[in-house]
Structures are given as structure tokens and as C-alpha cells.
Design a binder for this molecule. Structure first.
Ligand code: FAD
Ligand code: FMN
Length: 602
């Protein structure tokens, strides 16, 4: 049963049913299965009808069972962990795979075999579902782990200066606590499988040796981190070509932001998306940029280039297969090694974090190629660039309202660099698609970001800018289903007149009673900037009352905003809940742990 499914008619009194409903709220599949087993076990104890007694299932001892824990924000680490688990099981091992917030921390001291697959988020932070796990391990209460053997796979993006630091720190911490490292820490970049595939093979071998399981059956399928379980058809390696039905600018033409409402046709795809899910988009790089890169290196775009077993014309590599808009450290390393410029090399020295951060976040590869010229062959260029990764966009529609369509809210990333315009690969690709064109997409589920299963629960949605997208989906879904819970939206952007995304829809929702509260922060409409976090503080009393009354709290949008919003929420809870800052933190953590507080941050 998916965590978001509504409860069937229950043979329980109403108050018990409500308790049960809040207990299962937001639990993932594994926790639900565990709970069902627990309940079945209790039922067995209460009334053991001899004929219905199942075979006693011996739970494997910690010594013979391997645990995989994953921490994942957008599903990649989860996918790798689940595939590793399938392979270990196929090899005959006892395995359990747990999301980090479902891992019973008190069992850690007894754990014998542990694999951790964890991504890094924010600015070197753990994913939300692993915050408790990482905090516990990093803190003073962490037990000695001398009988534990472990291995950690980190997932990250070398475009961030804090590349894979969460996994790295965990790996070091396990060692510090006395655990035995089975495999060296591995850090997977956006081309996850390049590292994850060999790591998984080694993890399988180590586990087999350690737990003395003889041979791998020949039918074990190789790991492909992006390959989905059999039931799902579309994936980053096999995307669905969705036709563009609409591409409409929803900010005024004189706005500093070009935000698009995009509607795609999903007929024939069979996507059963839910509000909270994201759509993965396979971008293409701007042709102008490809030509500029070819020109800067005096390379022939038609030349056939072989790399890692694939051969394509160089232009094709650059248009569809390599990152040309995001700068990452491996590219800077390769360029510095070839060009030898001392200023560039010095940026890569330890202690230059801030300068490197600025370089990675403000420059594109073309800027560096022009500033630090090199003679590279097509093969060398393709090898220095990372594979082009899909981008995620929060789904802004509910199937209950739009049927076989999906809607997105996309900010066109565009800026100038001298005489040139620079774009973001995916947002430019989406913004320049016209009706009738097609976009390659797949569905990225997000079980963490779900409406309450109880339709009577209130929800608080904080979504400035394009962060409002999933809340359009939430509201469509809830108003269509007759939910009685109240809805409160906090939205912000620079100007009321030019940047009020979906203004008429929110106003209609206020009028028809499906949206109870709308608080707005248009930052540049007055001298003093106002952001959503100020609105949170101003409405602190009521906000806290909603939370005390069981409301679910959602935050979506930019990383910096999410940090400020978190601080404001902490302040509101401390003030109106008469708590210390530490106790306010615990309050928020408890909301997170009970799946009443979810964030989608980018
Ligand atoms: C779970 C999730 C949900 C998301 N939902 C949405 C959504 O609903 N709507 C939406 O618009 N985006 C959303 N994003 C962000 C989206 O995935 C892309 O990161 C974004 O569109 C930029 O991608 P790009 O390919 O256009 O730019 P890139 O090619 O990735 O970046 C090009 C350059 O621009 C810089 N850059 C990237 N983003 C910005 C920015 N916002 N402002 C200034 N410079 C930038 C980069 O540092 C880089 O130098 C979401 C991300 C995640 C993880
Ligand atoms: C908002 C945001 C911040 C990120 N910050 C980092 C970072 O600081 N360091 C890093 O190595 N990767 C960072 N990443 C990249 C993710 O770790 C990477 O995409 C990973 O594959 C995600 O795995 P997950 O889906 O399991 O969370 C960030 C990604 C996002 C969306």
C-alpha cells in the first residue's frame, strides 16, 4: 500500500481510526510493511487460531543480516540502495533496506553489517530524511561501533564545492567510532553509475565474503542506478517524448524574471504521478553555446568522437550528452593541468573554498576556455566534461484536474556575460519549446513530499517564486476531493504587478473557499525588502496554533530562502510555544520525524 493511500473502511471506532491514520501518515512502503507485520504478530499473540498460524518466520540475527540505510532528497540514493538490496537478496543474503529516518538508532550498537548510501544537499548538508541519523552519529551519544563493519557511498555533484561531504564525514565518523571499513568511501558525481556500479559490485563481493554466502547466481542483473524496477517504464535512459501543449510566460514582459507555465501531453505514457512528485527533464544545450565552445577550441563539430564505448559527432556530444552550462571541479582540474595558469591552479589549493565556490557558481566552461586557452582534441574535451544530467521540476498540477497532462512552472535561467547571453540548459530548452514540440521526460516520485492522508488536516505551504509549483498541485488535488482541512499559502516574489504567479487562480481559490489564507511578500514593492519569512513571523501566533492543531508544513523553493524560513519557523515556535531555541529545533525535528514537515529545496 503506498503511504499516501487513504485508509480503507476500518473495523475500528472513529477515534482509533484517527489515531491509526495519523500513525501511518507519510510512512514509506517499508515502514508500512513492517507495521503490518507488527500488527499481524500482535494479532497472533491475542488469538492464535491454530489453523491460521503462519510458519514462524525467523528474523535473522544482526550477525547474519546486512542493513542498508539511505538518505535521499530526490530519490537517487534511494534507487541505488534499493538496487543494491535486490542484488544482495538475489545473492542469498538477508538484507533490510531502511530510509535513514526509519532506522532504529538504538539498534546501531548491535548492528554488525551496514551499508550507507547518502547524498549531500544544501551547502554540504545531509538530506532531510537523514538529518536525525547524521546528527545522532556525529553527536556525543553515538555508541562505540567496534563490532560494526560498514561501507559508505556518497552521492553528490562536483559543481558544489562541498562535494559529497555528508557521505565523507559519515565514513570518517564510523571509523572514529571504531567500526571496520569494508570498502573505501566512494563519491558518485551526477553520472552516478560510473562510481555506483563498481562500488555496488565490490559491496556485493564483500558482503558475500563476510557473511560467507557462496556464489552469485548468474541471473543477477547489473546495477543501473537510474533503471527503474520493472513496473515503471520511463526513466532517464528511456524517457517519454511529451508534446508541448502550452508554453506561456506568466510574469509580465517588463519583469526581471521570465517564468513559464508549461503544459505537456502525457497521453500514452501511463504516468500515475501524485502531487509532490517531480518531472525529470532531459535537456539539450543551446546550439549557440555549442558553436562557441567548438570555435574556442578550433574543433570540427562533425568529427566522430569515441568515448567510453560510444561514438557520435562532436556537435552531438556537446548538444545532448555533455554539461556545457554548469561548471564542475573536474573540468577546472583538467583545464588547470593542461593550461598551467598559476592563478587557476591556486584556486584549486586547499583553503580556497570561497574563491572556488564563486568560480563554480558564476562561470560556465566557455568562460574558462576563453580565459585559459588550451589545445584540446575533441576526445579530450568530451572526457573533461561531465555527462549531461536531467533536471527536476516540481509538478504543478493534479491528475484529478488535468487528466493526462502535466504542468510545470519554470524560471528561465538567463544572464549576460559581456556581449554574450548565458542560459541554463534545461530551463532554456523548456522556455524555447513551442507548442507541438516535444520534451523528453520521466517521472521522479517524491514520497517525502505528500499531502496528509487525512483530508481533514490543515496544510501550510511556503512557496515563494517557482517554489509555489507543487502547491498549485496540492490545492487542485484537495479542492477536487472535498477535503475539509484548511489551506494557507505564503507566496513571495519581487513585484505584485509583474511577478504574482497564478494570481487569478489563488484569488479564485480564496473566493470559492478552497484557500483559507494567502500571505504575500513582494520584496521590492517598498523601500524595505519583505520576504515570506517576515510574513511567517508576523503571523507567528496563528501559525503556531495551526501547527499545534496538527497542520502539515511544507517549504519549497530556493536553498537560501529555505534557510531563512527555517530560522523564522524556529523563532515562531520559540516565541509562541514558549520554548528555548534548542527546544524549538526539537519541535521542528519532531514534525519532520512524524512526516508533518517536508521540504523540496533547490
Ligand atoms: C526537487 C526539485 C524541484 C525543482 N523544481 C523546480 C521548479 O518547479 N521550477 C524551476 O524553475 N526549477 C525547479 N528546480 C530547479 C531545476 O531543476 C533546475 O536546477 C533549474 O531550472 C536550473 O537548471 P538549468 O538547466 O536551466 O540551469 P543549469 O544549466 O543547471 O545552470 C546554468 C548556470 O546557471 C546557474 N543557475 C542555475 N540555477 C540558477 C538560478 N535559479 N538562478 C541563477 N543562476 C542559476 C548555475 O550555477 C549555472 O552556472 C527544481 C529542482 C529540484 C531538485
Ligand atoms: C539544492 C541542492 C543542493 C545540493 N548541494 C550539494 C552539495 O553541497 N554537495 C554535493 O556534493 N552535492 C549537492 N547536491 C547534489 C545532490 O547531492 C545530487 O544531485 C545527488 O545525486 C542527489 O541524490 P538524492 O536524490 O539521493 O538526494 C545538491 C543538490 C541540490 C538539489
Amino acid at each position: 500500500m503506498p503511504a499516501s493511500a487513504t485508509l480503507p473502511r476500518l473495523p475500528l471506532p472513529k477515534d482509533r481510526a484517527q489515531h491509526l491514520s495519523s500513525l501511518v501518515e507519510g510512512l514509506d512502503e517499508i515502514s508500512l510493511w513492517w507495521l503490518s507485520g507488527y500488527a499481524a504478530g500482535l494479532a497472533g499473540k491475542l488469538a492464535p487460531p491454530a489453523e491460521a498460524q503462519p510458519e514462524p518466520r525467523s528474523e535473522p540475527e544482526a550477525g547474519t543480516r546486512l542493513t542498508i540505510v539511505y538518505g535521499s532528497q530526490t530519490g537517487n540514493a534511494k534507487r541505488v540502495a534499493e538496487q543494491l538490496s535486490r542484488q544482495l537478496e538475489a545473492a542469498g543474503l538477508h538484507v533490510r533496506v531502511l530510509r535513514a529516518d526509519a532506522y532504529p538508532l538504538r539498534e546501531l550498537a548491535k548492528e554488525r553489517w551496514l551499508y550507507v548510501v547518502i547524498s549531500t544537499q544544501g551547502d554540504g548538508d545531509p538530506p532531510d530524511d537523514a538529518r536525525g541519523f547524521v546528527d545522532f552519529l556525529s553527536g556525543r551519544r553515538a555508541p562505540k561501533l567496534e563490532s560494526l563493519s560498514y561501507a559508505v557511498l556518497g552521492l553528490g555533484d562536483s559543481g558544489y564545492p562541498q562535494f559529497c561531504v555528508t557521505g565523507q564525514k559519515l565514513d570518517a565518523r564510523f571509523a572514529e567510532l571504531g567500526a571496520n571499513r569494508l570498502l573505501d568511501f566512494a563519491a558518485a558525481d551526477l553520472d552516478i553509475e560510473t562510481i555506483a556500479e563498481p562500488w555496488t559490485r565490490r559491496a556485493l563481493d564483500s558482503a558475500r565474503d563476510a557473511l560467507r554466502v557462496p556464489a552469485i547466481p548468474t541471473n543477477v542483473t547489473p546495477l543501473r542506478p537510474h533503471a527503474e524496477p520493472a513496473e515503471s517504464t520511463w526513466s532517464p535512459t528511456r524517457p517519454f517524448a511529451a508534446e508541448v501543449l502550452a508554453n506561456q510566460r506568466i510574469t509580465a514582459t517588463d519583469s526581471s524574471k521570465d517564468v513559464r507555465h508549461i503544459e505537456l501531453d502525457l497521453r500514452g505514457a501511463g504516468f500515475d504521478y501524485e502531487p509532490g512528485d517531480a518531472l525529470g527533464v532531459l535537456p539539450r544545450n543551446p546550439p549557440e553555446l555549442v558553436e562557441a565552445v567548438l570555435e574556442s577550441l578550433h574543433l570540427d563539430g562533425g568529427a566522430e568522437i569515441a568515448h567510453a564505448g560510444d561514438t557520435h559527432p562532436l556537435r552531438e556530444w556537446l548538444l545532448t550528452k555533455r554539461e556545457l552550462t554548469r561548471l564542475a571541479r573536474p573540468f577546472v582540474d583538467a583545464l588547470a593541468a593542461r593550461n598551467g595558469d598559476t592563478a587557476l591552479r591556486s584556486l584549486l589549493q586547499p583553503g580556497q573554498g570561497e574563491a572556488l565556490r564563486a568560480l563554480l557558481s558564476t562561470q560556465q566552461p566557455i568562460d574558462l576556455l576563453r580565459r585559459y586557452p588550451v589545445e584540446w582534441s575533441g576526445e579530450q574535451l568530451v572526457a573533461a566534461l561531465r555527462p549531461l544530467a536531467p533536471r527536476l521540476y516540481s509538478i504543478a498540477s493534479s491528475r484529478a484536474v488535468v487528466g493526462d497532462e502535466v504542468h510545470l512552472t519554470v524560471a528561465h535561467v538567463e544572464c549576460t556575460s559581456g556581449p554574450d547571453t548565458r542560459w541554463g540548459a534545461a530551463s532554456h530548452w523548456l522556455a524555447t519549446r513551442v507548442e507541438g514540440g516535444s520534451i523528453e521526460v520521466y517521472l521522479e516520485r517524491n514520497e517525502r513530499f505528500r499531502l496528509p492522508t487525512d483530508p481533514d488536516r490543515d496544510i501550510i505551504m511556503i512557496g515563494p517564486g517557482t517554489g509555489v509549483a507543487p502547491f498549485r498541485a496540492f490545492l487542485q488535488q484537495r479542492s477536487g476531493s472535498g477535503a475539509r482541512g484548511r489551506h494557507w499559502l505564503f507566496f513571495g516574489n519581487p513585484h505584485f504587478r509583474s511577478d504574482f504567479l497564478y494570481q487569478t487562480e489563488w484569488q479564485a481559490a480564496l473566493n470559492d473557499g478552497s484557500l483559507q489564507r494567502l500571505d504575500l511578500a513582494f520584496s521590492r514593492d517598498q523601500e524595505q525588502k519583505i520576504h515570506v519569512q517576515q510574513r511567517l513571523r508576523e503571523n507567528g501566533r496563528e501559525l503556531f496554533d495551526w501547527l499545534e492543531n496538527g497542520a502539515h508544513l511544507y517549504v519549497c523553493g530556493a536553498t537560501a530562502m529555505a534557510r531563512d524560513v527555517e530560522a523564522a519557523l524556529r523563532a515562531v515556535i520559540a516565541e509562541h510555544g514558549a520554548r528555548t531555541p534548542e527546544a524549538a529545533d526539537e519541535y521542528l525535528a519532531a514534525l519532520r520525524d512524524s512526516h508533518r514537515h517536508a521540504r523540496d529545496i533547490y
